[in-house]
Design a binder for this molecule. Structure first.
Ligand code: SF4
Length: 332
């Protein structure tokens, strides 16, 4: 039996702008089971980061959120008041961002920030919190942890700041860790160290991750399931193995084709994302991917595909729909 920790049903996010309503997220569903890593992947503007912010109640006040259901364990996130959400954040749900300074306060020493985070949510002495901070700094691979406690964020490198932010996120032993592009701003070598660290911490602490990324190469070794977002919709969801071995949606194949591989026999890009990303204020008719899809037909331009669910995942494409005139059987 699966243990669903987070469930989101028919989430829609609209942002009023001077040019019209921006449809950032257009009715998405996903469930996250305890111990797994669901990665939401898509280009900038696909709505993936806003989805993460919606989960933890950090949306800007101008953003209009609607959903049929949003639950984190026993908490109804649609009905939760600000106090409940504040208690959840940093405690049972932690978040790490692309830029560590989003979470770290430049005016306070690392040690104070770690200690205060734990004391805010738990009844512990300062000394106990300090010991926990030291333990976690060592766990995330920071040497000379004792002396780091007295340093300010600006005195650390980008990689060290990211490790401190991970330690900060783990202070209260969260059930769910939301990571939004946590390695994008880092050098490639530091990026792989942080990804390995996140994998080790997941195993050691039994963490559940919602991992946001624009880069399929980054999530390949960390995710257990992947949801591919395009223009506010999840167009494909599958286990990471299925998605990489048998991508079903043309957009997924295009994303995979854009991942550099040292072995040319591993696949040739079927599509290239040559044309510009559409404007979410005025999304294309029919299938929103049709202006960039090499397999699009006139039918795709007028009729949107329906979500097709199977025991192993889901996809939104006429070519995969047995009831569509465009059905081609197994196109993978
Ligand atoms: Fe391409 Fe048509 Fe499938 Fe959309 S529905 S992804 S345009 S083939």
């Amino acid at each position: 039996m699966t243990d669903t920790i987070l469930s989101v049903k028919n989430l829609t996010l609209d942002i009023p702008t001077g040019s019209g309503m921006l449809h950032a997220v257009r009715g998405i569903d996903f469930d996250l089971n305890r111990g797994e890593t669901l990665s939401i992947v898509g280009e900038s503007g696909s709505g993936k980061s806003l989805t993460a912010l919606a989960v933890i109640g950090l949306l800007g006040i101008s953003i209009q959120r609607r959903a049929d259901a949003m639950r984190f364990e026993e908490v109804d996130l649609l009905k939760a008041n600000r106090r409940t959400l504040r208690n959840l954040r940093g405690n049972r749900v932690a978040m790490i961002f692309q830029e560590p300074m989003t979470s770290l306060n430049p005016a306070y020493m690392i040690g104070d920030q770690l200690i205060e985070t734990l004391k805010l949510h738990r009844t512990v002495s300062t000394e106990m919190a300090r010991q926990r901070a030291l333990e976690l700094l060592e766990k995330v691979g920071i040497t000379a942890a004792e002396s780091r406690l007295g340093q300010y964020p600006h005195q650390l490198s980008g990689g060290l700041r990211q490790r401190v932010m991970i330690a900060l996120a783990l202070m209260c032993e969260p059930d769910l860790l939301i990571a939004d592009e946590p390695t994008t701003a880092l050098d490639v070598s530091v990026q792989s160290q942080i990804l390995n660290l996140l994998g080790e911490l997941r195993r050691e602490f039994g963490l559940t991750y919602l991992f946001i990324s624009h880069d399929l190469a980054v999530i390949e070794h960390l995710a257990t399931r992947v949801a591919v977002m395009y223009l506010g919709r999840i167009v494909e969801e599958a286990s990471v193995a299925d998605l990489f071995d048998r991508p079903r949606h043309p957009y997924t194949r295009a994303l995979l084709g854009s991942v550099l591989t040292p072995d040319p026999t591993q696949g040739v890009p079927e599509t290239a994302l040559g044309t510009a990303y559409p404007n979410p204020i005025d999304p294309p008719s029919g299938c929103a991917f049709h202006p960039r899809c090499p397999l699009a037909t006139a039918h795709c331009k007028t009729v949107g595909p329906r979500p097709l669910h199977s025991p192993t995942g889901r996809v939104e494409c006429h070519l995969e729909d047995p009831e569509s005139p465009l059905f081609k059987g197994d196109t993978a």
